[in-house]
Unconditional design. Structure first.
Length: 199
């Protein structure tokens, strides 16, 4: 069932011509309600619960001046899911990542995997785009030409909102870190050396 020509308010933005799925609204209401209730003492116990864990990163070797890719591995606790980076509605809270590399490194790009379209008991006819179980995020890093060779630590934070089949919980984040090995840029040759046989 669809509601058409409804007035939809999304974080203060009003769209008079929006077409909103009833199930998406219900899911969005669950997410927003959880966000509002996160300030209540009754939800303090949830703050200690962990729904997503960082499972480590692939080895990262970056040559100064060139980009390199690293895979970040995460796992969602059994029985829960999180919205993908591109959920089906602006009402849903997407999963995002923020990296804080040291001064000689920079984040060139972050690529999230496609989520899975899954239906839930509150509306089996509507599918939501989510991550569950294990998922990988790819980060492309680049080192400055002047970067010193050595090992560097990159800090990051995964922001997400976990839900079960029947309820959503206050947004959380997962702090994580991984090491990057930087090698110096090869020295450029100044001109072509002359053969010793040429006089």
């Amino acid at each position: 069932m669809k509601m058409t020509n409804a007035t939809a308010t999304t974080f203060g933005r009003v769209d008079e011509s929006a077409t909103i799925s009833c199930s998406t609204v219900s899911y969005g209401v669950l997410a927003i309600t959880a966000l509002l209730l996160s300030a209540l003492p009754a939800f303090s116990a949830d703050q200690a619960r962990v729904y997503v864990t960082f499972e480590g990163a692939s080895s990262a070797n970056v040559s100064a001046g060139k980009p390199a890719e690293v895979e970040l591995n995460f796992r969602v606790k059994d029985g829960f899911h999180v919205n993908s980076n591109k959920p089906n509605s602006d009402l849903l809270i997407p999963t995002t990542i923020k990296l804080e590399p040291p001064s000689d490194l920079a984040t060139a790009a972050i690529t999230f995997p496609a989520g899975k379209d899954i239906s839930f008991p509150f509306d089996p006819s509507e599918k939501l785009n989510v991550y569950s179980q294990a998922f990988k995020v790819k980060a492309k890093l680049i080192a400055a030409h002047t970067a010193s060779a050595g090992d560097f630590t990159v800090h990051g934070k995964l922001n997400y909102q976990a839900c079960s089949d029947n309820a959503c919980f206050p947004p959380k984040n997962v702090p994580f870190q991984f090491d990057v090995h930087v090698t110096s840029a090869p020295r450029r040759s100044h001109g072509t050396p002359q053969s010793p046989h040429i006089k």
